[in-house]
Write a protein that binds this ligand. Sequence first.
Ligand code: SR1
Length: 365
Amino acid sequence: MAILQRAAAVTALAAAGLLVLSGCAQSSTSSETAADSSAAPTASAALPSPFDGDPVTVALVRQSGAGDFFEAWGAGAAAQAEFANIDLQVTDARNDNAKQASDLEQAIAAKPDAIIVDHGQTDTIQPLITKAVDAGIPVIVYDLALTDTEGVITTSQSDASMAEGVLKQLVADVGQGAKVGYVSATGFAPLDRRAEVWDKVVADNDLDVVFSTGKVSESTATDNIPLVDAALKQNPDVKAIFAPYDEITKGAVQAVIQNNLQSSVKVYGIDISNADLEVITADGSPWVATSATDPAAVGAGVVRALALSLAGQLDETDVQFPAITITQDFLAENEVTNVKELRDAEPSLALDDVVVADWLPAVSE
Ligand code: SR1
């Protein structure tokens, strides 16, 4: 729908003699992800160079994990790419670091017009980023910690403010000095950034951290259940758990419920999806607050940042996508049960004023 709308707008301008149409992908049919006509944007200007000719080839080298976040992010990136006449060539290593390195090697060898790297481990990916930059290929990364950002555009959600928002709620709910648990993993850029905020909030509020556990895997939600279950059996008097990645949050929630502790233990997460909203809004759910972006809007935003940069229109080298903190009460008051309704209740989630141009409005799924 988004693609058709751009075509219609551009055609109207061309008919008025205002611009010359080029043979671009935006004249193709709608992508399967562009299902919501209410979210369809219109461009008020023609695509600039290098998007006004043959499709611009971009390799998207992903290291995605389990869960809806990554799926929605990819759908948003694909929809925005199609809108901008980008031929997005996607690989996904799915927790296999060696495969992601090999995918990136192959992408560099193919000499695309640009490369996007989504997640990954610093030690395996940094040398290849340097190789791509040295080869003159524009590179943009999302949620990847680099030791050398020279020539690279970095992007992320505003992880620090996400953690601050939901932890402010935690402290307001359970008070200073409360017994709390932490469920996360190290070595993942967004989780490490959220951990820094957690450490500060714990220190500033004398929180008593009675357990720290957690892992990221191909089955993150399932694999965290026994870890949190064991921690809760040792510490049934804990008052709150911070689990800052929705797959981990869901595992923590399940462990709380199977220990019948949902009336005394509150869970605070990060991220949102239809599946997460089902869990949060279930009767008596312990998941009481989460900080989140719309992952589809973020995937689209990363593609826009790259496109603006290739067009010479991006001023910054680091782009952070703002998030909001969502409480169970807010969802109930606004009768929100899915992401579409959440977008309607919180239009800022569309990120339609972040890295946009007259020729490049935000496209959402
Ligand atoms: C393993 S890292 C998981 C996080 O990355 C994404 O950016 C999501 O916010 C998720 O929490």
